[in-house]
Design a protein around this ligand. Sequence first.
Ligand code: F0G
Length: 466
Amino acid sequence: MKTLIEPFRIKSIEHIEFTTREQRIQILETAHFNPFLIKAKDVIIDLLTDSGTGSMSSDQWADIMKGDESYAGSRSFYRFESVIRHISSMPHIFPVHQGRAAEKILFSVLGGKDKYVLSNTLFDTTRANIEYSGAEGVDLLCEEGRQIGVAAPFKGNIDIDALTKFIAVNGKERVAMVIMTVTNNSGGGQPVSMENIRNAKQICSMHNIPFFIDACRFAENCYFVKQREGGYHNKSILEIAQELFSYADGCTMSAKKDGLANIGGFLALRDEHTAEACRNLLIIMEGFPTYGGLAGRDLEAIATGLEEVMEEEYLSYRIGSMQYIGEKLDQYNIPYLKPTGGHAIYLDAKAFLPHIPVDQYPGQALNCALYIEAGIRVVEIGSLMFGKSDKSGALIPAANELVRLALPRRTYTKSHLDYVVEAIVNVYKNRQSVKGMVIKYESPYLRHFTARMELIKEATYIDALS
Ligand code: F0G
């Protein structure tokens, strides 16, 4: 059978509140044209993030009841530890409340002034934690990863030549670590090949540089390796994951993604000395090492989630869902980052809305248009998120103006996806009427979360889109 179906039945449902276009215009105006400021109840399909927003299975809920809430030595911790150790072979495993807590601890120990942390592409919180430690984060994404419209199998790869050169020019003692983000979230949810991991590891080993993995979406990455890389077709996802982690000296993980949980994460390490320093910080910042930042029930949900996420039926449906949306968008020549990634579709707002200059935030305009059209909430990854101002106050734009539609795991059905596609197509057909925006208020850091926007001139969405 060719038809893509959900590899699950629905046992418990959550009601969606519907709104009219007029209500949504009102809601968006009250939220200053920033969907981050909209109440979740006013959203019909929430594609803001795939982080912690997925559905848990009946097995996960059952295991939650089994959670051992003992302060020290909880049974749930030993189960959590053994599942992660089986996948990663790491001796030291620390639970944390979410991915960024693992980053904070790790970079407090291995980061610091005058150091570099090299990556294919760092996620925002990873970069922020590196910078907070005094170190500098450097992205060395491969050339094809920077071409939005060009499809290539492993656009998440690090540029091996650039890595070699960076180490030669700056000195190996200044490189605190190399950390590979799999899949590469900020680079479009694109996978990293095993060959690339192996090559990067080899360079690190030559120079005695620790090699880490940001493993948030490791299972999605392993599925791409199985599909696209020679020699992996007959291997299980677990075997591929075991090989992936075998190259690493440690990893950070947000279990809110491929842990299939609503909260949680971990830091895993091989080196005893690094582990000791991290354990000491863990106790101050998160909690006793057998619970870290989590309840026993969360440890159970994550342990079961990590087992379920490697099931091939699940991954084939997950990656297939993105491809399903991509194929529909292709029928209308709608521009998006190609090929579709593991957890999200990234619309190319610059090509979608060529009449809106970058200093009028085409990504945010498209974001708002999707909300007005169908109550869909997405996130701008462009000049609102990453743009900076020069001395005269003019915008230094981001490299790309993308709009990310991240799919929560096991949460929306294929008919929800059809609804999303219809909304995108409708906005595309009426794209000439979508207007640019200006920022009326911004905070000094991470301005996209709280920015207040206004439509350019006297245009309103009432005359623009209705
Ligand atoms: N690393 C990557 C690659 C991520 O995508 C995220 C979170 C983190 C680290 C931090 O994990 O949120 O548990 O602290 N990404 C979410 C997103 C927020 O929407 O992409 P966290």
